[in-house]
Design a protein around this ligand. Structure first.
Ligand code: AMP
Length: 215
C-alpha cells in the first residue's frame, strides 16, 4: 500500500511513519529529511534550500518533486511508500499522481492527521530526536530517559531542529494553511481521504491508521 500522511508540522506524521516502517516494512519518504540531509552534507541544492527551510517557507516544487522522482524508482521489495511531508502543494499532488502512474503504482489512501494549532506549538517547541535513529521525544509527554539513552537504539546524542522555534513555526503553519490544506479537499474529491485524530495518544493513532490500512 502506498499512503500519504497529511497534516501540519507537529501532527505526528514522522512518529507514525516510523512505526509503519518498523511494523509493515514500508518505506518512509520524508522530503523534509531528504532536504535536511542535502543541507547537512552541503550539496549545492542543500545550500539553496537552507535559508528557505530555516524561515519555514516551502522550497520549490521542482526540487521536491525531483527528490521524490528519484526514490520512486526503488524496485526493492517493501510494504509500500509512506509519503511524509509530501505533497505540500496542489502542483506536487498532481506531479505525484503522474509519477505513480508512470511507475505503474497506485496511491491507496491519504490519511489526514487532524490536530489543533495550540497543541502544535506546544509539541514542536518541546520536541527533540535521537541523533542516531531519529526516535522522537517530547519534553512533556515523552521525555528523554533519565539515563540519557535513547529507548530505541541506546544513542546518547539528541538534537532539536533549527526550525522548531516559534518564529519559523508561524511561517510553517501559514504555509500549511495557504498551500497544503487545499489538498484535503483535493483528495476528498478523489475519494481517498481518511481522517484520524492526531491529538489522541500515539498508540491510539497507530490503531486508527492500522484500521485504515487493513480495511
Ligand atoms: P518537514 O520536516 O516535513 O517539517 O519539512 C521541513 C522543511 O523542509 C519545510 O518547512 C520546508 O521548508 C521544506 N519541505 C519539506 N517538504 C517539502 C515539500 N514537500 N515542499 C516544499 N518544501 C518542503
Amino acid at each position: 500500500m502506498n499512503i500519504i500522511l497529511l497534516g501540519p508540522p507537529g501532527a505526528g506524521k514522522g512518529t507514525q511513519a516510523r512505526h509503519l516502517v518498523e511494523t509493515r516494512n514500508m518505506v518512509q519518504l520524508s522530503t523534509g529529511d531528504m532536504l535536511r540531509e542535502a543541507k547537512d552534507s552541503g550539496t549545492e541544492m542543500g545550500q539553496v534550500v537552507a535559508d528557505v527551510m530555516a524561515r519555514g517557507a516551502l522550497v520549490t516544487d521542482e526540487i521536491v518533486i525531483g527528490l521524490i522522482r528519484e526514490k520512486l524508482t526503488d524496485k526493492t521489495s517493501h510494504g509500500g511508500f509512506i509519503f511524509d511531508g509530501f505533497p505540500r502543494t496542489l502542483a506536487q499532488a498532481d506531479a505525484l499522481g503522474d509519477l505513480m502512474a508512470a511507475e505503474g503504482q497506485t496511491l491507496d489512501a491519504v490519511i489526514e492527521m487532524r490536530v489543533d494549532d495550540e497543541a502544535l506549538v506546544g509539541r514542536i517547541t518541546a520536541r527533540s530526536t535521537c541523533g542516531s535513529c531519529g526516535e522522537v521525544y517530547n519534553d512533556n509527554t515523552k521525555p528523554i530517559p533519565a539515563d540519557g539513552k535513547c529507548t530505541s537504539c541506546g544513542g546518547t546524542e539528541f538534537k532539536r531542529r533549527a526550525d522548531d522555534n516559534e518564529e519559523s513555526l508561524k511561517t510553517r503553519l501559514m504555509a500549511y494553511y495557504k498551500q497544503t490544506s487545499p489538498l484535503i479537499g483535493y483528495y476528498y474529491a478523489k475519494d481517498m481521504l481518511e481522517t484520524v485524530d492526531g491529538l489522541a495518544a500515539i498508540d491510539e493513532v497507530q490503531t486508527s491508521i492500522a484500521g485504515v490500512l487493513d480495511r
